[in-house]
Design a protein around this ligand. Structure first.
Ligand code: ZN
Length: 153
């Protein structure tokens, strides 16, 4: 399941990527071109723009009802009956939506802060922007966040 988010949904985009869902973030206007691109790439459109619903569009579109990313994520998970798979979390670059590749510890030397290098043994790298990821604090935060979402259901 692939998504395309409009420019108002930066936080939601990040969360979908954390969960491992391929999500293109559209920085331009949420217009006909945006819809055409989503349809061509077979992506589900996520938007807060009510007027988009009225446009002629044969693809799938979810009009989000809430403003907070946390609630929006819940809307998406519920609407499409998605159960986040921990094994897929942190497999996508949060910045550019590319699939991350494993990075040998030795290769991470100099690419991450020294204390990170000495504390972690598993790293991943984005082949597009070169960002390096490791199972750090934001991963724990994300796990807590998801756990809370599940408990609220
Ligand atoms: Zn990247």
């Amino acid at each position: 399941m692939k998504f395309m988010t409009d420019a108002n949904l930066g936080s939601l985009t990040k969360w979908l990527r954390i969960l491992g869902y391929d999500t293109v973030y559209w920085r331009g206007n949420a217009d006909r071109i945006f819809l055409a691109k989503a349809q061509k790439d077979n992506r589900i459109v996520l938007t807060r723009k009510r007027e988009l619903v009225k446009r002629q569009f044969s693809g799938r579109l979810l009009l989000l009802k809430t403003d907070l990313a946390k609630n929006q994520l819940q809307e998406v998970l519920t609407e499409f009956s998605l159960r986040p798979d921990p094994g897929r979390m942190f497999t996508i670059c949060l910045k550019c939506n590319a699939l991350l590749a494993d990075l040998e510890k030795d290769a991470a030397l100099g690419l991450v802060p020294a204390y990170i290098f000495s504390h972690y043994s598993r790293f991943r790298i984005c082949p597009v922007c070169g960002s390096v990821y490791w199972p750090g604090s934001h991963k724990d935060r994300a796990r807590d966040f998801l756990l809370r979402l599940e408990q609220e259901n």
